[in-house]
Design a protein around this ligand. Sequence first.
Ligand SMILES: [Cu+2]
Length: 118
Amino acid sequence: MKKTILVPALATLMLAGSAFAQQQMDGMKGTDMKGMDMGKPSAPSVKAHQAVGVVKALDATAGTVTFAHEAVKSMNWPAMTMTFGIKDKMLLDKLADGKKVEFEFVKEGKDYVVTKVK
Ligand SMILES: [Cu+2]
């Protein structure tokens, strides 16, 4: 009598135990994923700024573009001419001397880097 009660009770315990272990593993996976996202160099805190500018100079080798850009409110910048880095050399295809474009840039250290050209 005792045995027949004990066996299903044990089985239930083991099942519950393994389900718990599985949950813990799932939880750990989730935590790891979050940790990896946080560790990425392009943290979500990096803000892209929108600007409009005319290309004044291009240096494909150095990967820089000089813009005479309009005021950038999000940076509190007046209109000015300045040089930006270029995130991806693919963006050079969209840039040409004298061309007016909308672009996005981010601050990287002490540099400003164009991340998108429309
Ligand atoms: Cu500027």
